[in-house]
Design a protein around this ligand. Structure first.
Ligand code: SAM
Ligand code: SF4
Length: 476
């Protein structure tokens, strides 16, 4: 047989459904969790290697409590060794909740007649972004339902509006997107507006389960959604975020699906996903999901640790869907980004008073952590983390930064840690009260001392001083 040239073979793999449920189940059913093997796999990951499906299945199948502790310890070690103590902060901003789809877990589903539908006008969008800038946010993810009104041109327009809002010393330096899958031309349009990451969650990787939850609209088409981020890659959007909505199907299958999706990107585009999200399903207006596949807190922590080990170079996002306690716990096992000061109700960021409770008819789902950004930062500092608003790689054209952080020796010490400190210093100067400011600078000083053991820190100290004197947006 004549073998096809490489480019042709790769082309063939694009836009193809790459999930084979039988293959995934057969790996889950036939892989034994022998303790020696589990330890070998953890060691492989600690050597910075991505795990295969079979290796991931082995970790999933190790139910022995001691082995589970070893998996968690491995994930913790990987996070500490490779990424250090930085946690990147962002906020979601819902732009429009009209939707033609009928996802049975979502408050925005088209059949939910109780839902209050809103699309922010430019003025409303500007006032929301100003309110977010007033709290110190620098990175947003814009969220949209799927609707003809939310065309690529509309999305691109809203991105440009957001970048244009400058209030006081505030500005948004990175806009990510969570919206419906687009055609290649549509992805090009939003790329031109300067987006960061484009996220599309597969929700469930199991094709039959997928059909049961997605009752109408374009999203009913499993394959169109599965290949969404291939089209993004074709359009040159190489910063893509994948995710599964945990609680729709067996969590073990979904973890395998996420790893398979990652392998697919690596094989075809030579770059893995920028981020992985693992939302757990929360209460929503008119939601119709039975709890058969609900993921316990214990399994949730384990699955995050397994994902960290399986895909060691990818950013992992944990959102305010989870309680403060769960976030505290899960943060230790490899999460690199969290949201803070989150509000889901459209147009509510500019409201000064915090609502006593959520109004689910105006929001997509219930959140369990509604603490302000300042409260979150305060807690992170208290736990020895370094809150970061860094956007430097994206703005300096260093795309694929998670991979570089991971694979380029010294990258984190040269760029990520100093930039985290510079952006935290800006936050402390512009938005923190005196107590938080003192606490923050103590953490910065301690981190500079740690860094000084490996490299010169004179320039970093100079830049921090320049920020204290009023300069902004200094980065390495
Ligand atoms: N409409 C776009 C789409 O479906 O791709 C944007 C995404 S939606 C506004 C953001 C994500 O929220 C969904 O992909 C889904 O994973 C998640 N989500 C929906 N309903 C949820 C619920 N009840 N609890 C937790 N997460 C939910
Ligand atoms: Fe619409 Fe997205 Fe909600 Fe589905 S998850 S109903 S597509 S907003």
């Amino acid at each position: 047989m004549i073998s096809k040239p490489e480019t042709c073979r790769i082309k063939d793999q694009r836009m193809q459904a790459f999930i084979d449920p039988d293959e995934i189940w057969s790996k889950l059913d036939n892989t034994k969790a022998d303790p020696l093997r589990v330890r070998e796999i953890i060691a492989k990951s600690l050597e910075k290697n991505r795990l295969s499906l079979e290796e991931t299945a082995c970790l999933i199948n190790s139910t022995d409590p001691e082995l589970t502790e070893e998996i968690k310890a491995g994930a913790r070690e990987l996070k500490e060794k490779v990424y250090g103590n930085r946690i990147v902060l962002f906020a979601p901003l819902y732009v429009g909740n009209k939707c033609i789809n009928n996802c049975s877990y979502c408050g925005f589903r088209t059949s939910n007649k109780a839902a209050v539908r809103t699309t922010l006008s430019d003025e409303e969008l500007i006032s929301e972004v100003e309110a977010l800038e007033d709290t110190g946010q620098k990175r947003l993810i814009l969220v949209y339902g799927e609707h003809p009104e939310y065309s690529p041109e509309f999305i691109a327009h809203t991105v440009r509006v957001v970048y244009g809002v400058k209030k006081g010393r505030g500005e948004i330096r990175r806009v990510n997107i969570n919206a419906a899958p687009l055609e290649i031309s549509g992805f090009r349009t939003v790329k031109d507006a300067g987006i960061g990451t484009y996220q599309v969650f597969q929700e469930t990787y199991h094709p039959e389960a997928y059909k049961q939850y997605h009752l109408g609209g374009i999203k009913r088409n499993y394959e169109y959604r599965l290949t969404a981020l291939d089209r993004a890659q074709e359009a040159g959007v190489d910063d893509v975020g994948i995710g599964a909505l945990f609680g729709l199907y067996d969590w073990r299958f979904e973890v395998m699906g996420l790893v398979r999706h990652t392998n697919h990107f690596e094989a075809v585009y030579n770059v893995g996903p920028h981020t992985i999200s693992f939302p757990r399903i929360q209460l929503a207006s008119s939601m119709q999901v039975d709890r058969n596949y609900a993921v316990s807190d214990q399994d949730f922590v384990k699955l995050v640790a397994i994902l960290r080990l399986a895909v060691p170079y990818t950013g992992m996002i944990l959102t305010a869907r989870e309680t403060a306690e769960v976030r505290r716990e899960v943060l230790r096992f490899g999460v690199s980004q969290i949201d803070g000061g989150t509000k889901l109700e459209l147009g509510s960021y500019h409201e000064k008073e915090k609502a006593a409770q959520q109004n689910l008819e105006k929001e997509q789902f219930f959140i369990n952590d509604s603490r302000s950004l300042a409260e979150i930062i305060d807690e992170l500092l208290g736990q020895g983390y370094m809150p970061s608003f860094c956007t430097s790689c994206y703005r300096a054209g260093r795309t694929g930064e998670h991979f570089m952080e991971f694979s380029v020796p010294g990258f984190i010490k040269r760029y990520c840690s100093p930039n985290a400190m510079l952006t935290l210093a800006e936050y402390l100067e512009d938005y923190a009260d005196e107590t938080l400011k003192q606490k923050g600078y103590l953490v910065i000083q301690k981190n500079i001392l740690d860094l000084a053991r490996f490299q010169k820190v004179d320039e970093l100290n100079r830049r921090i001083e320049r920020i204290r004197q009023g300069e902004r947006d200094l980065y390495f």
